[in-house]
Design a protein around this ligand. Structure first.
Ligand code: PGA
Length: 247
């Protein structure tokens, strides 16, 4: 898929087709640049994408041996062995099933004793790897990207943030109870995300239709962190029909 400058919108029929289109795009980027640096996301949205990538790898159609990865975020504090950690999620949904070199996999460390130092080190590791070639994003119902919640100004670098009640409510389905959802997270900043050469945003389902419309058609505002993507030069948004309903 050749994307022109700015924000390109692709509307798929359903979640499965959205995932297939996204996988073609990611696998295409890796085929073009085998040592690509990928920014990766967690949550319900990219699970289909990862399943497709695993399928492509098993079919011998994708080689991930030279890629480097940086995940967007991680809860804080959380143990890597906790099934709700994003570290666990990535291993289960992608890394354990492809030929990635675990020495080049990066996820903010939810076990870090000094979270501020971990954030600074994470940002430095991204910079040292050159920029991210392709950043995959999901969209929070409140417009967040990574864990950059609606705020009075756009966040810059990777930092320790407080989750809003809306995010805690949206994510409690993955935990036994709302009380178990960590209240903080380590997340790339909006600026970190905007420095990626290319961005692939995915959203599916009618519950996202309103925020999809607002982030694409509304004003650029830190109250809708994803709206910053309107200022990026190379964004592909892949939606299913239900998520695109408000456009
Ligand atoms: P979801 O989360 O993919 O589980 O809907 C998206 C997000 O919060 O970024």
């Amino acid at each position: 898929m050749k994307a022109s400058v700015g924000l390109n919108i692709v509307v798929a029929e359903d979640y499965d087709e959205m995932s297939k289109i996204a996988a073609e795009l990611v696998a295409g980027a890796v085929a073009e640049k085998p040592d690509a640096v990928l920014g990766l996301a967690t949550g319900g949205t990219p699970m289909g994408l990862y399943k497709e990538l695993v399928g492509l790898h098993r079919a011998g159609a994708a080689d991930f041996s030279r890629i480097t990865t940086f995940n967007l975020d991680e809860y804080y504090p959380i143990q890597k062995t906790n099934e709700q950690s994003y570290s666990f999620f990535m291993n289960e949904n992608l890394f354990n099933h492809i030929n990635v070199d675990f020495g080049r996999v990066h996820i903010p460390d939810g076990e870090a004793k000094d979270p501020e130092a971990e954030c600074a080190a994470y940002e430095a590791r991204i910079a040292a790897g050159g920029s991210i070639d392709l950043q995959v994003l999901g969209l929070g119902v409140n417009g967040h990207i990574g864990f950059n919640e609606p705020a009075d100004c756009f966040s810059a670098a990777t930092s320790l943030v407080n989750l809003t009640q809306s995010t805690i409510d949206a994510n409690k389905r993955f935990f036994e109870s709302e009380a178990q959802v960590p209240r903080q997270a380590l997340t790339m900043g909006v600026k970190t995300i905007m420095m990626a050469r290319r961005i692939l945003m995915l959203a599916s389902g009618g519950a996202k239709a309103d925020i999809v419309r607002r982030f694409i058609r509304g004003p650029v505002t830190p109250q809708v962190p994803a709206s910053a993507l309107q200022l990026h030069r190379r964004v592909t948004v892949v939606l299913d029909r239900a998520a695109a309903a408000g456009l």
